[in-house]
Design a protein around this ligand. Sequence first.
Ligand code: NDP
Length: 310
Amino acid sequence: MSEKIKCLIIGSGPAGYTAAIYAARANLNPVVYEGLQPGGQLTITTEIENFPGYPEGVTGPEMMNQLKAQAERFGTDVRFGIITGVDFSQRPYKVIADNNHEMEADVVIIATGASAKYLGLDSEEKFKGLGVSACATCDGFFYRGKDVAVVGGGDTAAEEASYLAGICNKVYMIVSRDELRAYKAMQKRVMENPKIEILWNHNTDEILGDNSGVTGAKLINNKTNEEKIIDIHGFFVAIGHNPNSEIFRDYLETDEVGYILTEKGSSKTKLPGVFAAGDIQDSTYRQAVTAAGSGCMAAIDAERLLAENE
Ligand code: NDP
């Protein structure tokens, strides 16, 4: 027997929890599946200083705990589990959690966010968890006093490099161009940090290591073709994200990268009763506050559709 659910929310970042807060207060009895990374990307970030209402800043995990508590306060059923399959060919929509739990949902809000990208090197795969990481806040502590590298030139890379500089002996920033993409204040912060050395125009050819884990990286200067070996113990990848939309792509329209397309100014996908909120449908702003705003929109869109159907 399938479990009947009125409003299923997939994902537990700011979009998912904000949708849950609104849906719960509108009596939609929302069920949230937390997914692979409960709390979403903010749980692996450090200080959030740009979310309105926190003049002193707040840590990512703290904010996510508060959002979860707020959603639960209004009766949201938050479940630890992963949605492994969907059948959106007819309503009510069929959804499977953890490969075995079948549900039928009147409306579905997809808030599955995006996941860290990796370089795609064999050596990177080999040393994942043994020195290769996509999360400085999670793993930086293991490399205290040691030399590490961060790949990427965006805000994530700059933030991770700054964070690691507070723990490690030295941080190389491996940047493929001769400029950073990070916002200006962040650029200044990394450039002025004496512990951070930016290696401009460098690509990673191979991550070196032995049984103990990562010991170095072989880099190539893409202007001169010169090879450079750096001795490091931690290799942090911060080159952007992929939208987590794989299981929905047979039913919904996405852009070429996989971001779900929604109707302009709303959270509506091409299927009635399936809404998308947060980074899964936003490759432009990708902020906690914009994700939260779109989660609110999705819950309101869902509530209106259910009211119309009734
Ligand atoms: P971005 O897409 O902004 O940056 C990715 C970086 O990685 C770029 O410098 C890119 O180079 C580089 N890169 C991509 N592929 C490779 C590769 N294969 N090898 C080497 N380098 C590579 O991603 P971010 O995760 O940094 O940021 C995503 C969004 O989140 C942005 O909008 C950002 O502003 C926001 N953000 C905001 C924060 C805050 O406000 N506190 C903190 C973190 C993120 P190139 O520049 O050449 O494309």
